[in-house]
Design a protein around this ligand. Structure first.
Ligand SMILES: Nc1ncnc2c1ncn2[C@@H]1O[C@H](COP(=O)(O)OP(=O)(O)OP(=O)(O)O)[C@@H](O)[C@H]1O
Ligand SMILES: [Mg+2]
Length: 303
């Protein structure tokens, strides 16, 4: 056991040294003990979560942050499809103790890395306490490897998705301007506020016709959440409905890479800058990191 942990630490040091070399020109990200864990979710399905996850990850990586994506949509391999990459291993291999976390990290474009969930989280529940503790120790290495971990979930109000929401440091809630999507987003906000009114929820309006429509949706949801639920939603930004998105999806490439000058790409860049602005990411804001994330996740799932 000690041997393996020691080896992992060594590999991490090597990785760090390598990254330092390739990122000399980048601004040094602030030194943090834990990664910031951001869960991307929505009330209604198909509103753009996976596109937001992947393209935001690339924008953040281009800003110089170390980004890891966790694909927690266990039914369908979302991230794989949008990256056009088939990973060799999944979280299940770590849960079953066949691989360590470093062996299941798959390289994505632009220095991003991702983890395929597979049915890993469901299997987590079958482990005993000691096995869970070992799994979490292993996952905790991600706190050293990443500045930000973005968790892409399936849609809806299932227990599993709720666990991922409640376990995260913060939530990025995606909605479109369609009334059905807004209603489902509100239902989700309500469920979260019933459990924890202090949860940081950031709102993204995707597929807006223009900035006016986007801001209108943002303002309305912020207002009703405050008035009826006493929960402070934070506007994270918006993405315009843009052909570049569908064209990129068909080519299984992120639009940030294929069409970096598209309106959608510019919107995502703006969002990532805001997300990492001192106001939203300063040292006074506590990130509990990936260890706490999995501890809480297991706790929520067991109850
Ligand atoms: N800004 C946009 N402009 C145009 N089309 C978009 C935009 N965002 C998403 N789409 C379209 O919506 C589709 C679904 O997006 P995506 O897969 O990211 O949604 P999702 O919320 O992850 O879906 P699921 O709930 O199934 O996981 C995309 O394939 C694309 O065709
Ligand atoms: Mg998806």
């Amino acid at each position: 056991m000690m041997d393996q942990a020691e080896k992992l630490r060594q590999v991490i040091e090597e990785l760090k040294a390598k990254q330092l070399g390739s990122r000399m020109a980048m601004p040094e990200p602030p030194v943090k003990r834990s990664a910031r864990v951001l869960t991307v979710t929505s009330g209604k399905g198909g509103v753009g979560k996976t596109n937001v996850t992947v393209n935001l990850a690339i924008a953040l990586s281009e800003q110089g942050y170390r980004v890891v994506i966790l694909d927690a949509d266990f039914g369908l391999a979302n991230i794989d499809v949008l990256f056009g990459i088939v990973p060799q291993h999944t979280l299940l291999d770590v849960v079953r103790n066949r691989k360590n976390i470093l062996e299941i990290l798959t390289d994505g474009p632009r220095n991003t890395r991702f983890i395929s969930g597979g049915s890993g989280v469901e299997d987590l529940l079958k482990l005993d306490r000691q096995q869970i503790a070992r799994f979490i120790d292993n996952m905790a290495l991600l706190d050293k490897l990443a500045d930000i971990i973005i968790v892409d979930t399936g849609a809806g109000l299932s227990d599993n998705v709720m666990s991922f929401i409640m376990a995260a440091d913060e939530v990025l809630l995606v909605t479109t301007p369609e009334p059905t999507s807004i209603t489902d987003a509100y239902a989700l906000i309500k469920m979260v506020s019933n459990r924890d009114r202090t949860k940081r929820i950031r709102l993204v309006v995707n597929r807006a016709e223009n900035s006016m429509e986007a801001n209108d949706v943002l303002n309305k949801l912020v207002l009703v959440a405050d008035r009826f639920l006493g929960l402070k939603l934070e506007p994270a930004g918006y993405i315009i409905n843009d052909d570049a998105v569908t064209r990129a999806v068909k080519q299984q490439q992120p639009f940030m890479i294929l069409y970096p000058r598209s309106q959608a790409a510019r919107n995502v860049k703006e969002m990532s800058a805001k997300l990492m602005s001192t106001e939203n990411a300063d040292e006074t804001q506590q990130n509990y990191g990936i260890r706490a994330f999995f501890n809480r996740l297991v706790g929520f799932m067991k109850t």
